[in-house]
Design a protein around this ligand. Structure first.
Ligand code: UGA
Length: 441
């Protein structure tokens, strides 16, 4: 099939490369000419495991092309995917200007009927707005082709996006057009083999499904963080509680890890946007408000423990920080808990020596040169003469470190762990003061 994808960001790029990999001819278009030049050279502008291989292989076969020219994309694709960003507006609602700009351009350039598919995360009603925008642009040209706009939300996790695309749990399609369902069924057939994963529903239901999925996951995390804070007060261990409740299949083990709060480009933005949708319809999202509040407080939780240990003024103190990315296997620092912690440490007068396996250039881009921030090229270099170690991302390489080397390098054997990587009892036996989240201290 001939497919075009608007947007070469995270979702667009993964979508384009995965469709090309199963034999489709894909054109991916973006307004960012620097990004398109890099992609055409086989360079991926972000860190995503497996992406570079997929890109280079499919560029070499000629099945994947990148362009800045929307006319090429509109002409090429039988199916046109919209996968551009929906950043939060000032009031927290999703900013639809990029999605609607693409819709307008499609309407200006279309010369035959196309199946338009929205993959961007958008509030309920956006598919209709996209359809109306295309129809208006067609009308301005004196044309009126029938236009189907399908909602096909993505469920890709950063760091595992290719596997999530290739082996999806479900493929959600919001449409009432039998023709569009057939086209999409054929396009997704290679990813839908041993059981039918296609769930067809109304457009509004598909749009809401995306937000509801992220919101319930964020809710699980905030719930566990709230329990963890109580566990600290009553001397319980949230890890043991997690095992105790997760073994009930109605609850399950996934997304029950307490920690320093959720971050990234999706949960914070989507919870806010969904709250905004409630308000727009005269309602109030009470649970989501609490989920957001707990998360904001949780970003401060480790700093509160640091302050309790050292006092308010951290002038002259230096901390080793392991992990800057909002989660492992990505270089993404959007809404990362590490960013809140850094600002709090700096405001209290401390210096930070940080290491992250992938997010160093991103940190350099965000913070530039500062006297109170040093980026180190190994976990152990970051420890050098620091007062304590702080862990903010659960990268594999931090899971089994050389504890005696840590003890030797730190001024005092103290660890503040925002990801609960180690066993508190064993840490005590090793001679550390060890502060986790919800582990009794
Ligand atoms: C999330 C969803 O998991 C994807 O299904 C969805 O498609 C994507 O958003 C999106 O809307 O595009 P992502 O933001 O990449 O994916 O990352 P997650 O793995 O979901 O982690 C989000 C945050 O929750 C991270 O900060 C992580 O550290 C935190 N988390 C996760 C916890 O604190 N505890 C947990 O048990 C799990």
């Amino acid at each position: 099939m001939r497919v075009s994808v608007f947007g070469a960001g995270y979702v667009g790029l993964v979508t384009a490369a995965c469709f090309a990999d199963v034999g489709n001819h894909v054109v991916c278009v973006d307004v960012d000419s620097e990004k398109i030049t890099l992609l055409n050279q086989g360079i991926v502008p972000m860190h995503e495991p497996g992406m570079e291989n997929l890109l280079v292989t499919n560029l070499n076969t000629g099945r994947l092309q990148f362009t800045t020219d929307p006319a090429v994309a509109v002409q090429h694709g039988e199916v046109l995917f919209i996968a551009v960003g929906t950043p939060p507006d000032e009031d927290g609602s999703a900013d639809l200007q990029y999605v609607l700009q693409v819709a307008h351009v499609i309407g200006q350039l279309m010369t035959e009927t196309k199946c338009v598919v929205n993959k961007s995360t958008v509030p309920v009603g956006t598919a209709t707005a996209v359809k109306n925008t295309i129809l208006r642009a067609l009308n301005e040209r004196g044309l009126d082709y029938p236009v189907d706009v399908v909602s096909n939300p993505e469920f890709l996790k950063e760091g595992a996006a290719i596997a999530d695309f290739m082996r999806p749990d479900r493929i959600v399609l919001g449409t009432d057009s039998p023709e569009a369902i057939e086209v999409m069924r054929e396009l997704y057939a290679p990813f839908n083999r041993n059981r039918d994963r296609l769930i067809v529903m109304s457009v509004a239901s598909a749009e809401l499904t995306k937000y509801a999925a992220n919101a319930i996951l964020a809710t699980k995390i905030s719930f566990m963080n709230e329990m963890a804070n109580l566990a600290d007060s009553v001397g319980a261990d949230i890890e043991q509680v997690r095992l105790g409740i997760g073994s009930d299949p109605r609850i399950g083990f996934d997304f029950l890890y307490a920690g320093c709060g959720y971050g990234g480009s999706c949960f914070p933005k989507d919870v806010k946007a969904l709250r905004h949708t409630f308000q727009a319809f005269g309602g109030e999202a009470k649970i989501l408000q609490a989920v957001e509040n707990v998360n904001q407080q949780q970003h401060h939780r480790l700093f509160d423990k640091i302050k309790k240990f050292y006092g308010e003024d951290l002038t002259g103190r230096c901390f080793a920080l392991w992990g800057l990315a909002f989660k492992p296997n990505t270089d993404d620092m959007r809404e990362a808990p590490s960013r809140t912690l850094l600002s709090l440490l700096w405001a209290a007068g401390a210096r930070v020596q940080a290491y992250d396996p992938k997010a160093m250039s991103e940190a350099r881009r965000i913070y530039g040169q500062r006297a109170d921030f040093k980026l180190c090229d190994s976990p152990h270099a970051a420890l050098d003469k620091a007062d304590a170690l702080i862990i903010m991302t659960e990268w594999k390489v931090f899971r089994s470190p050389d504890f005696s080397a840590i003890k030797n390098q730190l001024k005092q054997a103290v660890i503040f762990d925002g990801r609960n990587l180690y066993d508190p009892k064993r840490m005590k036996a090793r001679g550390f003061r060890y502060f986790g989240i919800g582990r009794g201290e």
